[in-house]
Design a protein around this ligand. Structure first.
Ligand code: SF4
Ligand code: SF4
Ligand code: SF4
Ligand code: FES
Length: 547
């Protein structure tokens, strides 16, 4: 088994339907309009050197390493921020470009510690890779000038040097290795939506700063790890990698902490997990994670974990370790005895909502085929049977009707009785991203959850109803709507649940242009649910504009 390496295309994929054809280093390629030259080149296997670009965040154009030449255009534009255009001819490799790139790398390396052999990121460092890619062999400027690398400069304390910030329990921040590429800041903003980081200072004084020059632990940081993943150097590094070393192989797995079901690469040395890296191909998380899946995996090797079967005859007896043969034999005998003594129906099986679908399937198979009864259930039914019933009635299926990607083209999100930032953090980040793009948000919840107001997010309506009055509010809301044809009712429901049909947002626009009566939620509903009528009525009005 080897480490799974995912391709970094440099910039996010463009979604335009219109295609553009261009030539890169003599090869013709057709890509969606809006694609960067860097990404188009990567599609045909040409990796243009880069430092400040990565495909999880928008291009920024700060490192100037990815310069290219375009026939008929002046200068050397950055390929990460230059979109493709019909018929252009691009050159990514020639003597002039090589010299420019080598010069840029030389400047970076002249203010970087030369400790690759003992660096935790050795072998997994983009700065190291790029120095190799541009053929940098010497640094003409020496290391004696002003720098961020050494604690002392010319025998005196170096005011540009900052000590490591080890305050975060899961990763370290070593400013002496920072190349100020801004990837961490953008990841925190664009991917996670926490806005915990900024670049403070200007020019040579520029540095990454959590909050108002606080430590990571004291800042707004929620330890999602997006910045660590985005960092091309060892500046932000997982503590486990520092302690254990670079992983050597990986397997793709699913986080079991919550229902989002994020995919991760479990990166390991031998049998030991070194780190969990969110998997870009994961359909739920698309390469993002929350603190639980990313860092809270210590249970895998916790000393208190029970690894051997245990038995006791009475509940008052202490547990004793035993063999699997004895444990399984004892359980089988006891099930048989109970069925013999009390009848077949006296046994049954229930699975936890933490089980995988496969485990739940196997348990029902065992109960049905092995014990000959249908007494089988899953604990998820306890909390989700009303939801399942409602969904089945409304949409014909008791499961979710959309995938997580649909949030990317949702116009109106309504959250009822959920707290996504706590309960389903990765989906909350995706939701917040869409809200920052202009989608509307209605929150029905007695609590002032984070989605009501957090950095760069503010709900359009928060209805702080009294616990237990969801049905009253929704019924009032429903009855306030004018009668419509059944197809229109369907698209209305889609909006209320964040669900978009194929025509999706357009159906909402169509509906919003129809003449309709103003909402008329009865005033009598207000004392019952404690949500102010003045808030409910505008929230019940479908948006007249869309994002
Ligand atoms: S760990 Fe997440 S929340 Fe914390 S600074 Fe990095 S990206 Fe932002
Ligand atoms: S900490 Fe890493 S990602 Fe952030 S600016 Fe420095 S080198 Fe770039
Ligand atoms: S959101 Fe967090 S806890 Fe839930 S599956 Fe993803 S990483 Fe795991
Ligand atoms: S990768 Fe294009 S400017 Fe940095």
């Amino acid at each position: 088994m080897a480490l799974i390496k995912e391709t970094d295309y440099g910039t996010p994929a463009a979604k335009a339907e219109k295609a553009v054809t261009l030539t890169i280093d003599g090869t013709k390629i057709t890509v969606p309009e809006g694609t960067s030259i860097m990404r188009a080149a990567m599609e045909i296997g040409t990796q243009i050197p880069k430092l400040c670009a990565t495909d999880s965040i928008e291009a920024f154009g700060s490192c100037r390493l990815c310069l290219v030449e375009i026939e008929g255009r002046n200068g050397t534009p950055a390929s990460c921020t230059t979109p493709v255009a019909e018929g252009i001819v691009v050159h990514t490799q020639n003597q002039r470009l090589k010299q420019i790139r080598r010069g840029v790398m030389e400047l970076y390396i002249s203010d970087h510690p030369l400790d690759c052999l003992t660096c935790a990121a050795n072998g997994d460092c983009e700065l190291q890779d790029m120095a190799g890619a541009v053929g940098l062999r010497d640094v003409r400027y020496g290391y004696q000038g002003a720098n961020h690398v050494f604690a002392k400069h010319n025998g005196k304390a170096n005011s540009e040097w900052l000590p490591k910030d080890e305050s975060n329990p899961y990763f370290t921040y070593d400013p002496s290795k920072c190349i100020v590429c801004n990837r961490c800041v953008r990841a925190c903003e664009e991917v996670q939506g926490t806005f915990a980081l900024t670049i403070s200072g200007r020019g040579f004084d520029s540095r990454v700063s959590p909050g108002m020059s606080e430590s990571f632990l004291d800042s707004e940081c929620v330890s999602c790890g997006a910045c660590v993943q985005a960092c091309p150097t060892a500046t932000l590094t997982e503590k486990a990698v520092i302690e254990i070393g670079q992983p050597e192989h990986s397997v793709v797995t699913t986080c079991a902490y919550c229902g989002v079901g994020c995919s991760f690469k479990a990166e390991m040395r031998g049998e030991e997990v070194v780190r969990m890296v969110p998997y870009k191909d994961g359909k739920a998380n698309r390469g993002h994670s929350c603190v639980k899946g990313r860092f809270a995996w210590g249970y895998a090797t916790h000393t208190e974990r029970i690894l051997e079967p245990m038995l006791r005859d009475k509940i008052t007896d202490p547990w004793r370790e035993t063999t699997w043969e004895e444990a399984i034999g004892r359980v089988a005998t006891e099930f048989k005895r109970i069925q013999y003594q009390y009848g077949k129906d006296a046994v049954g099986g229930i699975t936890s909502s933490r089980c995988t679908n496969e485990e739940t399937f196997l348990v029902q198979k065992l109960i049905r085929a092995g014990f000959g009864v249908n007494n089988v259930d899953t604990c998820a039914r306890v909390c989700h049977s009303p939801t399942g019933y409602g969904l089945k009635t409304a949409f014909g299926t008791s499961a979710g009707t959309q995938d997580f990607d649909s949030i990317e083209h949702t116009d109106v999100v309504m959250i009822i009785g959920a707290n996504p930032t706590d309960g389903h953090p990765v989906f909350a980040s995706r939701m917040k991203k869409r809200l920052r793009q202009g989608a509307k948000l209605i929150v029905l919840d007695p609590r002032r959850i984070d989605m009501v107001r957090s950095p760069h997010i503010q709900a359009d309506h928060h209805l702080p109803l009294t616990p237990g009055t969801n049905v009253a509010v929704l019924t009032a809301w429903r009855t306030s709507s004018p009668p419509r044809a059944s197809s229109t009712r369907r698209s209305c429901a889609s909006v209320a649940t964040g669900r978009t049909s194929r025509s999706g947002p357009r159906s909402c626009r169509d509906r919003s242009t129809r003449p309709r009566s103003p909402p008329s939620i009865p005033a009598s509903i207000q004392p019952r649910c404690a949500a102010p009528l003045a808030s409910m009525q505008p929230a019940a009005t479908p948006p007249s504009t869309t994002a």
